[in-house]
Ligand binder design. Sequence first.
Ligand code: GDD
Ligand code: MN
Length: 362
Amino acid sequence: MNAPDLTVVLPTFNERDNIAILVERLSTALAGIAWEAIFVDDDSPDGTAGVVRALARRDTRVRCLQRVGRRGLSSACIEGILASSAPYVAVMDADLQHDEGLLPRMFATLRDEPYDLVVGSRYIAGGGVGEWDVGRQRASAAATWLSRLITKTEIADPMSGFFMLRREVFEDSLPQLSAQGFKILLDILASAKTPPRMKELPYEFRLRQYGESKLDALVVWEFAMLLADKLIGHIVPVRFALFAFIGGFGVFIHMAVLWIGLKSVALSFTTSQTIATIAAMTANFFLNNFFTYADKRLKGWRALRGLVSFYVICSLGAVANIGIASYLFQEQERWWIAGIAGIIVGSVWNYAVSSVFTWKGR
Ligand code: GDD
Ligand code: MN
């Protein structure tokens, strides 16, 4: 059998009922092209991976890459592309919303014309989003506008999840990819060292028939994180910036609780300070769990265990903070240098250690 010229990477999460129809349609659309399909499944509870493997036993063009304990559309696409050796790679949703009929034209464009990347576009003449409600249309328009801040290329539909590229284009952007969230094309465009020669082809975004969309508040938040990473990520990691910002907010909580304890409840200083410290650590844990680690959010008893580990880590961080600060204060009398150095050492410790122990994923 010939090695494939084209790999279609298909991220899946709970798409069981769409797999067989999709492979059937690919088979028809791609007749005459040596292709393969790589499904990248994040251990879907509905058993999508098993359905793909059953199909793969009968059809060698189909493969399954199953990831356990992880989620993420972008990272799934990246790993799917990395698992392929074909010179041309397409990324496409596995829920039948993208028009597979466009694939042969995308392929011919890359093979015969001087382009590196072909994007299936909803926002040029001939394309469309079908029956989206006004809310989703507006949100998509706003996100498209924001995306232009970070791409070097003029593109009508930077949020498209449907595109085909030369493998070299992907490799060019690979070292810089954020790999976070939902927007893999945007990530590739923003990470490319040399702007790819790009062409958009129109298609009509179809309605979903089986299963449901995974686009939710988390996806919106991850989009914001991707933008921030591309804008400031080269200076400071976005996660650390958020962690530090929340840490600063924790200082306010601490002072407020301390003040209440001392002035309105009339507790002793030590008691008030202890309560304030616990309150600040608790608030910081939940804020970080919600925002900084939205993608690894701990729930139920895991959250409780995370909270306890966070207390322990922050206590050690405080010891390091005070130790370093006191040492520096002895060495040179400037109190603010000592204070800031202590804070930096303490927060870097808290961040680094909690990222490994508290929000380690599975
Ligand atoms: N492996 C994996 N892991 N796959 C995922 C995950 C995940 O965490 N989340 C979603 N998917 C898969 C879905 O199973 C589907 O095949 C595809 O990614 C798209 O997910 P949907 O939830 O159907 O997204 P959508 O239809 O709202 O939006 C899609 O189309 C837009 C227009 O092209 C996405 O591709 C958007 O990024 C895109 O803007
Ligand atoms: Mn979809």
